[in-house]
Design a protein around this ligand. Structure first.
Ligand code: GLU
Length: 254
């Protein structure tokens, strides 16, 4: 299978913006193992701004664009340094690809992107993609990596997109507020009722929330790609997801 795994900031970092070492080490181990089993893996990783906040000691995510972009510039290096070091333990070679929203409107850029990813996969490398946060302005920024993950999945003709977040999946109500909220394990169609379930809030350092995940699911389902939302706190779940077991919420195209 060709699998795109989107890793959210909340999975990679503590609330301080500093690396969640135990979590990220496990994640890289499991992803390496899945790759060793013969699957093609492409990562879409957030965390540049969050890790920049941690490394620069800013305390919280800045409000203004230049400060966020500066944090992303610092954090992107740190992010790739960590991935390079951890995946190298399992003899996997990482490759960084930064993509801007405008690239996705440009046929030539899209083609170059797809060709590069295809070649990296042929080489056995592990592409790690993020938005090019330092040049994107508010108008052209994709802004969230959930939709970027879906757009990448479509471009590389993935079989499956897995969104790792700080929540198990889509619930019948907000589980942080409603104790009766139940996990929805399968979605076959994005209806207005499903859209209404997605409340807008993400985490302190991340960007997306359930809304951007539902938008990602719409892009995937339209393209015939399955998508799973799962909690990144338990990286071992990735084994079961790849094996087709019921974990989190699975969006299944017609
Ligand atoms: N590109 C942003 C970053 O790496 C994250 C966007 C998101 O949280 O979805 O910090």
């Amino acid at each position: 299978m060709r699998i795109v795994i989107k890793i959210g900031t909340s999975t990679l970092t503590h609330k301080t913006g500093n690396l969640n070492i135990r979590r990220v080490e496990k994640l890289c181990e499991v992803i390496s193992d899945i790759k060793n089993a013969g699957h093609e893996i492409i990562l879409v990783s957030s965390g540049a701004i969050g890790m920049g906040v941690g490394k620069l000691g800013l305390g919280k995510k800045p409000e203004d664009i230049p400060s966020r972009q500066a944090a992303a510039a610092v954090g992107q290096c740190e992010l790739m340094y960590v991935y390079d070091k951890l995946f190298d333990q399992y003899h996997h070679t990482v490759a960084q690809i930064l993509i801007a929203g405008t690239d996705l409107d440009n046929e030539k850029h899209k083609q170059n992107f797809s060709n590069t990813v295809a070649r990296l996969l042929e080489y056995g490398a592990l592409p790690i993609i993020n938005e090019n946060d330092t040049i994107a302005t508010e108008e052209i920024a994709l802004g969230d990596n959930d939709r970027l993950g879906a757009l990448v999945s479509r471009l590389v003709e993935a079989d499956l997109l897995i969104l790792l977040s700080d929540i198990e999946g889509l619930y019948t109500a907000d589980p942080r507020k409603d104790p009766n909220a139940e996990l929805i394990t399968e979605v076959h169609e994005i209806t207005d009722a499903i859209r209404d379930l997605a409340s807008g809030k993400g985490t302190v350092l991340g960007t997306g929330g359930m809304i951007t995940k539902i938008q990602a699911a719409e892009i995937c389902m339209e393209a015939g790609i399955s998508m799973v939302i799962s909690n990144g706190a338990t990286p071992e779940n990735l084994y079961d997801i790849v094996d087709g077991k019921k974990i989190g919420t699975k969006f299944i195209p017609a």
